[in-house]
Design a protein around this ligand. Structure first.
Ligand SMILES: [Zn+2]
Length: 490
């Protein structure tokens, strides 16, 4: 079991508690016959009491406004409804999810628009906007509605039933990223319900297509709607309240994604004469490919510490020796596809004329793709192996992390988890933030609920699930972050 230190209090105690302590001390010392420490008269006592009431009053008003138990319960309820909508991509139809958001937004008076990018395939994006005074540029809450598909045979429960079991809620998208979507949704609804005056617009954007290319989702929005969005900041996926990710201990570390690695997909191919398996040929395409791949497999890319990772290490100390941390500190190469046969099912007695393999390479933000590929060619050192690009990396921008929003995230997580540490983080996979960073927005990947490495591994895998507690915690902190950051300052 995971131990989580969770304070239910949302009240900032640094002023109230010392005052209360002082009052109790004063009160008990004046009522204690032997007390010699402090004597005050009745009228002084009354003024002190009045002072306390003055301090408590706004706090009481504030905490009366939000019934957190109710909000958390509704978050769980809406999350389960949303999770149960099958939005696997492919096929990537998110029409029902878009409709889910639209209906509730409309009912609760939040201006919302559905942006269809392909009606036939159910590609829709949901844009809702709470207007502020316009003093500052907007904050956008970004989430994708689509999920990766499921391999049903690997699941112990129905992946689209949003089942509650042993403190968890199961379902495809539970951590990637319907959990983000719901806390962003609840945050927007709560700001509206509580009539919070804003210095900047809060924009809620739920998109299609993230799990493929983003073409009919974020990429489309950036191309066609950027001028009206014009957000200074974006909160997206790419960070969690992590436990056991970066260090060996289970310290709660809030990772805030500030940049991501670049995706480079390479297809290698080799050709040779085909023929009967009974008569081996020297130039067997499969042997050429296997030798090339074995050179790649034994190559170790060098460690290279980028600025966000250097800052993580500064705040956390040495990172544990894990596959996750390995990926944070170097360019990586995964062999994901091999194909070298004839027939379906493959014929065992035919030497194929062609062998192919796909390398999924992830480059650190400051690495040059051409340099990387020429190094790889040198390592393979065989002109018979041809290189083709499936996906070329686009520039990876690092968002600054000495900003007001980063500070607010740090403060609001600390208010609930005083022992936690917040760190800037290099996201090892791709997110839609890349489109918005190129428009100059500072994008942070942030989910303020605790997630263990064991749970994290279910993303894109089997039995994807989130702890119910984590979701409940996340909605509070998320709301507090957005409210503190956007609320009109007097
Ligand atoms: Zn995602």
């Amino acid at each position: 079991m995971v131990k989580v230190l969770y304070s239910k209090s949302v009240v900032k105690n640094d002023v109230v508690i010392p005052l209360l302590t002082l009052y109790i001390k004063v009160y008990s010392s004046t009522n204690n016959k032997e007390g010699i420490a402090m004597r005050i008269n009745r009228s002084q006592k009354i003024s002190l009491f009045a002072l306390l009431v003055l301090f408590f009053f706004p706090v009481l008003i504030h905490s009366q406004k939000i019934n957190w138990q109710e909000v958390e319960d509704r978050t769980v309820q809406l999350f389960r409804q949303y999770l149960a909508i099958n939005t696997c991509n492919p096929p990537g139809d998110v029409a029902a999810a878009g409709e889910f958001f639209r209906a509730i937004f409309e009912k609760e008076g939040v201006p919302v628009e559905l942006i269809w990018t392909n009606k036939n395939t159910g590609r829709v994006n949901v844009l809702a906007r709470l207007r502020g005074s316009g003093k500052k540029r907007p904050l956008m809450l970004l989430n994708h509605m689509d999920t990766v598909p499921v391999d049903r045979s690997g699941w112990s429960v129905d992946p689209h039933a949003a089942l509650k079991k042993d403190g968890y809620i199961y379902g495809r998208g539970a951590l990637d990223m319907k959990n983000f979507g719901i806390v962003q949704f609840m945050t927007t609804l709560l700001l509206k319900k509580n009539n919070i005056a804003l210095d900047r617009d809060v924009i809620f954007l739920a998109v299609a297509d993230e799990e493929t290319t983003g073409t009919l989702g974020s990429a489309w929005i950036v191309r066609n709607k950027w001028e009206e969005i014009n957000a200074e900041y974006v909160l997206d996926e790419g960070g969690f309240g992590t436990q056991g990710f970066f260090t060996k201990d289970m310290r709660l570390i809030f990772s805030v994604g500030v940049a991501e690695k670049k995706v480079l997909w390479l297809k290698l191919s080799a050709s040779g004469p085909s023929g009967h398996g009974s008569m081996p040929l020297k130039e067997n395409a499969n042997f050429i490919m296997v030798q090339a791949l074995s050179r790649v497999a034994s190559h170790v890319t060098p460690i290279h510490i980028t600025p966000p990772v250097a800052e993580m290490i500064r705040r956390l100390g040495k990172l544990a020796d894990t596959p996750y941390n390995n990926a944070l500190q170097r360019n990586t190469i995964s062999l994901t596809v091999t194909n070298g046969f004839v027939g379906n099912p493959p014929k065992s007695n035919v030497i194929p004329g062609k062998a192919e393999a796909v390398l999924d390479c992830r480059l650190l933000p400051d690495q040059d793709q051409n340099e990387f590929v020429s190094k790889l060619k040198k390592i393979i050192d065989d002109p018979r192996v041809k290189f083709n690009y499936i996906e070329r990396p686009i520039e990876s921008i690092v968002s600054p992390y000495d900003t007001e929003l980063f500070k607010v995230i740090e403060e609001e997580t600390k208010a609930v988890f005083p022992d936690s540490i917040t760190v800037p983080h290099l996201v090892i996979y791709g997110t839609d933030s890349r489109f918005f960073r190129r428009k100059g927005a500072s994008c942070y990947g942030f989910f303020p609920g605790p997630v263990t490495m064991e749970e994290y591994k279910t993303i894109h895998g089997n039995d994807e699930r989130i702890r119910e507690d984590s979701l409940r915690t996340a909605v509070r902190i998320y709301y507090n972050v957005v409210k503190s950051f956007c609320e009109a300052k007097k």
